[in-house]
Design a protein around this ligand. Structure first.
Ligand code: URA
Length: 432
């Protein structure tokens, strides 16, 4: 088989066979297919798309390009969750201990942030000592012992995705539905959980800008997972404003801790309870979503969910005092209020620009090798639907002196206003 023939077939709108897709993935992973041919192939897929069968075959070929986690030693139902990338999205840091506090096995490998989106690993590393790199063996032992592990990718999981994602990033081929679906699902399948909840973000700060595209992506991923006997749920959530109030690493950890104490922002709490209830039902603890939510709320109120976060932090080498005393997190050198430039109801807060502003301050990275500052970021004071005038503080910039003015300007300009009150809906759809 020749790569050139496969490229031409896709370029001309053909449907690839299983053998052709496996040939491409294997050849690119072992280096026999060069970057320039893979780039042409990815661009052909970007423009021509793939059938759902092709995307599924691609996901499976990518899953099997390296090691696959065998979680069978962990008794009980193993759950995992994935977000397609948002701004202010600290859901995993709340959800994982919350669900694990009910004895459900939460075995999650997370990623780093890139560009305007944050990553769970960077947030967790804001807790002094927290180690994200543990061996597959320790990962399994930890879940067996305390029902939870939140780590970086260990072992040689999905090497095809690593290489393809890096190439897509520099060839303008990231936002292709079949490529995103195959990339995410190859990693989730290889990570080995029985039940997976996908949070597909929709809006300005997300890969999917329209509900229609998000539905297509979510349905494709759910179908891929179901074919592999995983219990799948995808929820479509609004990213037309950041989630919660805090954007930035330690700031988001503090907000996650507050949410586990029952004092978090409503949107974040609602989302965690919603996803959590689905996972509790999938794990078979109850068949009623209402009952599942009650169990989760109880563990927030009795402190068990917070205690589980402390156990997690301690198990991974972090200082658990920070969980019980978040005031231990250092403040940035300057905390600067940003005022509204006009009056009206907030209609939209462009998450992309809030994420970029936070990144400029040093909370995120442009390239994977950039260093991040765990302390800096933005804390919103107002959200969509709130009325503001020129005396209203929209939010606070937490800066250590890097790009402060540019970040202030970008943050202030990310707000859009209307004369009438706008309602927000966080959960836009659910696909099972
Ligand atoms: N997240 C991923 O893991 N892969 C993509 O292709 C896009 C978002």
């Amino acid at each position: 088989m020749q790569m050139l023939d496969v490229i031409i077939k896709k370029r001309d709108g053909g449907v690839l066979t299983k053998e052709e897709i496996e040939f491409v993935v294997k050849g690119y992973t072992d280096g026999s297919i060069p970057d320039y041919q893979m780039s042409a192939f990815l661009m052909a897929v970007y423009f021509r798309g793939m059938t759902d069968e092709e995307a599924t075959t691609l996901a499976l070929a990518m899953e099997n390009s390296g090691d696959v986690m065998d979680l069978s030693r962990i008794k009980g139902f193993k759950v995992d969750k994935h977000s397609t990338g948002g701004v202010g999205d600290k859901t995993s840091i709340v959800l994982a201990p919350l669900v694990a506090s009910l004895g459900i096995e939460f075995a999650k490998m997370s990623g780093r942030g890139l560009g305007h989106t944050g990553g769970t690993l960077d947030k967790l590393e804001a807790i002094p000592g927290y180690n994200i790199q543990i061996s597959p063996e320790d990962f399994i032992n930890q879940v067996q012992k305390i029902h939870i592990a939140l780590v970086g990718q260990s072992g040689n999981l999905t090497p095809a995705d690593k290489k393809m994602y890096a190439l897509r990033d520099v060839t303008g081929t990231v936002d292709s539905i079949p490529l995103i679906a195959a990339s995410i699902m190859s990693k989730k399948l290889a990570a080995g959980a029985d039940g997976i909840c996908l949070d597909v973000k929709v809006g300005s700060g997300a890969f999917m800008k329209t509900l229609e595209d998000a539905r297509h992506l979510a349905t494709l991923m759910v179908n891929i997972g179901k074919m592999c006997d995983r219990k799948m749920t995808a929820i479509l959530t609004n990213m037309d404003e950041p989630l919660g109030f805090a954007v930035g690493n330690s700031l988001e950890v503090i907000e996650a801790i507050n949410t586990l104490k029952g004092k978090g922002p409503k949107d974040l709490r609602d989302l965690c309870l919603y996803i959590g209830s689905r996972l509790v039902v999938d794990a078979g603890l109850t068949d009623s979503l209402e009952e599942a939510e009650k169990m989760l709320v109880e563990n927030i109120e009795n402190g068990l969910a917070l205690q589980k976060l402390a156990e997690l932090v301690e198990a991974q080498g972090g200082n658990a005092d920070y969980v019980y005393h978040p005031e231990l997190f250092r403040d940035a050198d300057e905390i600067i209020p940003v005022y509204a430039k006009t009056k009206g109801y907030i209609k939209r807060i462009d998450s992309y620009h809030v994420g970029r502003a936070s990144m400029l301050l040093g909370a995120g990275r442009e390239k994977l090798t950039d260093e991040i500052d765990p302390i800096v970021g933005i804390v919103l004071n107002k959200k969509v639907g709130d009325y503001v005038d020129e005396n209203t503080i929209l939010g606070y910039i937490h800066s250590n002196g890097k790009n402060t003015n540019e970040a202030i300007e970008m943050f202030a300009n990310s707000f859009e206003y209307s004369d009438e009150k706008v309602d927000v809906k966080l959960i836009l759809d659910v696909i099972r």
